[in-house]
Design a protein around this ligand. Sequence first.
Ligand code: FO1
Length: 330
Amino acid sequence: MSAAGPMSNAGPMRGGGKVLALCGGVGGAKLALGLASILPPEDLLIVTNTGDDFTHLGLRICPDIDTVTYTLSGLVNPKTGWGREGETWQFKEALSLLGGEDWFSLGDKDLAIHVERSRRLAEGESLSEITAHNAAILGIAPTIVPMSDDSVPTIVETPDGDMDFQHYFVRDRCEPVVTGIRFAGAADASPSPVFAAALEDDNISAIIICPSNPFLSVDPILSLPGVGAGLRAHKAPVVAVSPIVGGIAIKGPTAKMMAELGMDVSALGVAQHYGDLLDGFIIDETDRASASEVAATGVAIDIAQTIMKTKGDRTDLAQVALNFCEKLAS
Ligand code: FO1
């Protein structure tokens, strides 16, 4: 299905069918919101990374699920992209006074979702069920599911040893050098039921990999048994949006990590990382000059404004991705 050279995106087009979006936290959630603003809710399934999940202060924290949930419900803190807007921090301040572990900022409102999720998990509900419950309560119509109901924690390998993901990412501010990444327990985990069904659903006509960190947000999803093969075998085109623009990550440590792992810090490097998984790859206008070099990897290229600062940016990029999938499918 791949074709060399950039494609244009004049005007909306959509032949129907459902859309499967794979996403991590902040960047992915923005595109998911754009997709949600265009698609009928029953046509959008968002599968969210859970490699970042961890148990902290006795609570089960699922940052990417919550970021997507808060973003789609309009509750997200627009400054950070995670947590809730209008948050207060009395719990955190009280915890600090007690000498507790306060490096991971849990706001007073946000705390409720972790407490309630932990209670429901302890009572035997699955993460899929709890995520669906929270989405429904918060008025979100598209479907949000975790990549898995099993725990698949991301482990960051460094010269000083293995680190839990949030220790690397938040506590140590991504400062340690990354020598490798692995997803503990992935081989024995299963995709969540709705995700597994989507991999075999011929009514899905587009698969979009959001501009999330390929190593920390998308690879955990791809590490699950059957997911890579399922995506490759799916009749729908798989299109990714580059999280690297002009050699810089739109957000987070993607560029630093790529350099440490000896990769080319560019849209080309990301395309090479995804390899034959992709039918299409959307790069930013800034990287227009590299389009033919990226296309030479065998992937079809589209060029768009990929930095999503406004609501309009999110909708426009979502429309570009949908149009591109439509073209690739036809
Ligand atoms: N990110 C931070 O950089 N610092 C934090 O203190 C922090 C707290 C936090 C609490 C709840 C939540 O859902 C997300 C939170 N995040 C925080 C974001 C999160 O660690 C990462 O952005 C993701 O795991 C990466 O996608």
